[in-house]
Design a protein around this ligand. Structure first.
Ligand code: MGD
Ligand code: MGD
Ligand code: SF4
Ligand code: MO
Length: 726
């Protein structure tokens, strides 16, 4: 007799006819998985697989990575530059020369008429590091506007700011290997299983070998919260109160690491005086976590031999984003958990190369974590590039979130968007639409011609996508990995590096400077500029990076490989070598639910989609699992309002309204709804986006809405379909 599998049809893996596998690095999230793309005999990309000996993903990929090769042939890729005189005219196709000549001429005209800073450049966390470096050189050294920033202000700015305030520099100090050593993990506002599935898999692997407590702080019962040992459903926007209270208990009960505090930190007295005010009873009333649980978690964390914290957007996207990050750093400093295996403060980054832009794009300063404010840094970079240091501004200009209001007031007349789609991703998009219509000149440089912003632009420049060009990405654990060119660019699209170099040639100053044509040439410049610095790249080369499947900085010249952790010697980047313990009072400044707008509106992501869906919305094998904008709503609140499962509801905020399909679930509490932000004309029509005072990052996760059943369900369904199409 035959049993089991032998009775069933054997599993057949279709032979896709792969004749060549090409090494590259995933272009979606910051996990940094090594991928191989399979090409068939005709040179078509037909498959993708994880790289088995890659330290990050060890052969695994998430659903986005598995189907990433399908991007090469996805719909509505930009094929050729587009141009129109007025933003209401139809576009015409033009050759590259014409598009670039016109762009450079318009930039010059506008700068001559309104001043150097009347042009704004907003980039991304999704192009290659060599491209970031070159865009920085073009912006800082040639075009010379100070209003230059990236979408990382929507994403990582609070982490950057918190790291700088605590440690004297940006740079996540830990690594994934810390899961193997930690004795307690606390995650704040991070939905790791969906947003960083392979980092989550690393955590699960560590937990299979050795049990340690996992504590998840999130107002929603996410997939991560469901697997946690302790879930703390914090009141939105009050993590800072919880963190101050944890510190309160640790100090009061004598659980702090006094030796570490004395040797490696400053500011203890002010910090201790501040947290003394956050006793668990007072804190519980604000943050919604009961006093006993606060005490229990504080003891668990402080008594663990090594404890680590990770966090993502639940912390960063808040009016206390930067303070929240600094408070997490405080927690780890007072327990001696920085720079040791399993003890760290690890910001989980967002986009594939959000780290690359922080390190090299010059958005907030100069390359290699240099500051515009420092004369020595201006001189070093000026000399290296062949630019008069006096040409550089002496402090950073506007953040992305301040650039749009400056367009409204007429201070900024031209905007160049590189790989970002603010018409869907910025808060309060009805206002962004009106803002973009005020521009005299706008350029969109994107891999897709149907990106919503193209509707408001004068010039569209089609960019080559990940895998159609070569260069580096840096991931969450500071690992520099290599994207090899797998495929020729689609149609007449060009790599961003080529576009930046061609534009540089169209300015007199650019012709005097050196702009290497190849990304390896650019990488050589970065190596030189990084030599001896914290983010030392001097021991890396493209080939060495590929051979090791990624190298963590610092990697000094001659070193065999990189370094897993920062601050292992307890020496920080402040002049006195000490980290700062910061006193962080909580100021309740969010828009909160009230009688008129009784629900918290929370927003975030789902595993299948990436951001504004320009890519994942076109990959059938991904889109089919999450094709429709929807809202998570608590069944009890829905019943009270007469709203049924899978019916449409109308949400109203003080900014606007949106119609969404309702999914009833206890994942969200009674007074909260959650909407993935991936869909155009949906959640960001409602969001307020109050800004963090340090990082200028919007508080996307907290605003107030009211909800009613949609009167006309058929019309609502039609609107819903429109929101998911391109
Ligand atoms: N599939 C997929 N993966 C991605 C992305 C994607 O678009 N799709 N994007 C990448 C990028 S750029 C980023 S930045 C990351 C984002 O990764 P995550 O930050 O993990 O994802 P989000 O869903 O935005 O938000 C995480 C959680 O924050 C919680 N939250 C809301 N308010 C609060 C609060 O006040 N306190 C706390 N503690 N938590 C709160 C939300 O309930 C939500 O569950 O993901 C990256 N990975
Ligand atoms: N409500 C709400 N809003 C949010 C968030 C939230 O949690 N809630 N999260 C925020 C966060 S964390 C982020 S990071 C932002 C993301 O916001 P955006 O940056 O606006 O989102 P993307 O869709 O990733 O836009 C990137 C664009 O780059 C293009 N692109 C991809 N690769 C390349 C390339 O190599 N070259 C060029 N030139 N173009 C390329 C893509 O086609 C896409 O149009 O959204 C923010 N908005
Ligand atoms: S986890 Fe992130 S980097 Fe890895 S395959 Fe998925 S999207 Fe790509
Ligand atoms: Mo992000």
């Amino acid at each position: 007799m035959l049993f089991g599998r032998r009775l069933k049809n054997p599993i057949k893996i279709a032979d896709k006819g792969v004749v060549d596998w090409k090494y590259t690095t995933c272009g979606y999230c910051s996990t940094g998985c090594s991928i191989e793309v399979g090409l068939n005999a005709e040179g078509k990309a037909v498959s993708a697989r994880g790289v088995g000996d890659a330290p990050v993903n060890q052969g695994k990929l998430c659903i986005k990575g598995i189907f990433e090769h399908e991007l090469f042939n996805s719909a509505n890729r930009g094929k050729t530059p587009l141009f129109r005189e007025k933003a209401i005219d139809p576009y015409v196709e033009v050759p590259w020369d014409a598009a670039l000549d016109h762009t450079a001429a318009e930039f010059r005209r506008i700068q001559e008429k309104y001043g150097r800073d009347s042009i704004a450049i907003v980039s991304t966390g999704q192009i290659l590091t060599e491209e970031f470096y070159t865009l920085g050189k073009l912006t800082r050294g040639v075009i010379g506007t100070n209003n230059y920033d990236g979408n990382t202000t929507l994403c990582m700015a609070s982490a950057v700011s918190g790291y700088k305030r605590s440690f004297g520099s940006d740079g996540p100090p830990g690594c994934y290997d810390d899961f193997e050593h930690t004795e307690c993990l606390m995650a704040f506002g991070s939905n790791l299983p969906e947003q960083h599935p392979i980092i989550y898999w690393r955590l699960k692997m560590a937990l299979e070998k050795r049990k340690f407590p996992v504590i998840v702080v999130d107002p929603r019962v996410t997939m991560f919260a469901q697997m946690a040992d302790i879930h703390l459903p914090v009141t939105p926007g009050t993590d800072l109160v919880l963190l101050n209270s944890l510190a309160h208990v640790i100090l009061k009960e004598g659980l702090a690491d006094r030796a570490y505090i004395d040797a490696h930190t400053s500011g203890y007295d002010d910090f201790a005086a501040l947290v003394a005010q956050y006793d668990p009873i007072t804190a519980a009333a604000i943050c919604g976590i009961d006093e006993d649980t606060i005490r229990h978690v504080a003891r668990l964390y402080a008594k663990a031999g090594a404890a680590m914290s990770i966090w993502t957007m639940g912390i960063n996207q808040s009016t206390h984003g930067s303070d929240g990050v600094a408070a997490i750093n405080n927690l780890n400093l007072i327990t001696g958990n920085i720079g040791k295996p399993g003890g760290t403060s690890l910001s989980i980054t967002g986009q594939c190369n959000a780290m690359g832009t922080r390190e090299w794009s010059s958005c907030s300063g100069l390359p290699g974590y240099r500051a515009l404010e420092k004369e020595k840094d201006r001189e070093t970079v000026g000399k290296f590039w062949g630019v008069d240091p006096e040409f550089f501004p002496k402090q950073r200009g506007l953040f992305m979130t301040d650039i749009f209001p400056a367009i409204e007031t007429g201070q900024i007349k031209a905007l160049w968007l590189v790989a970002t789609n603010p018409m869907t991703s910025m808060p309060n998009t009805p206002r962004i639409r009106k803002t973009l219509q005020k521009l005299e000149f706008m350029v969109v440089q994107d891999a897709y011609s149907d990106v919503e912003t193209t509707q408001y632009a004068h010039v569209y420049l089609p960019a080559a996508l990940w895998g159609e060009k070569e260069g580096c990405f840096t991931n969450t654990e500071r690992r520099v990995n290599l994207v090899r060119k797998v495929m020729e660019p689609h149609g007449n699209a060009k790599p961003d590096l080529w576009i930046f170099n061609e534009l540089a040639k169209r300015f007199e100053q650019g012709r005097k400077m050196r702009f290497p044509e190849t990304s390896a040439g650019v990488f050589d410049e970065m190596r030189e500029l990084s030599r001896g610095r914290m983010l030392d790249y001097s021991g890396m080369s493209h080939d060495k990076i590929e051979a090791q499947r990624g190298i963590q900085w610092p990697c000094t010249d001659g070193a065999e490989t990189g370094s897993q952790r920062l601050y292992t010697d307890g020496v920080f980047q402040y002049p006195d070598g000490k980290a700062k313990l910061l006193a962080l009072p909580f100021i309740d400044n969010n828009e909160r639910p009230d009688q008129n707008f009784p629900f918290w509106l929370n927003s975030g992501r789902v595993v299948e989609h990436f951001h504004t869906r320009t890519r994942t919305g076109k990959i059938g094998n991904v889109n089919k699992f999450s094709p429709t904008p929807y809202m998570e709503m608590n069944p009890d609140s829905a019943r009270e309002l007469g709203i049924g499962h899978m019916t449409y509801a109308r949400l109203v905020s003080r900014r606007g309204f949106a119609v969404v399909l309702v999914q009833l679930t206890h994942r969200v509490p009674h007074n909260m709804v959650f909407i993935p932000f991936h869909f155009h004309e949906c959640v960001n029509r409602l969001t307020l986006g109050l800004l963090d005072p340090y990082s200028r990052q919007p508080a996307y996760k907290q605003c107030a809405v009211k909800i009613e059943p949609a009167a006309d369900q058929l019309a609502a369904a039609a609107a819903n379909v429109a929101a998911r199409s391109f």
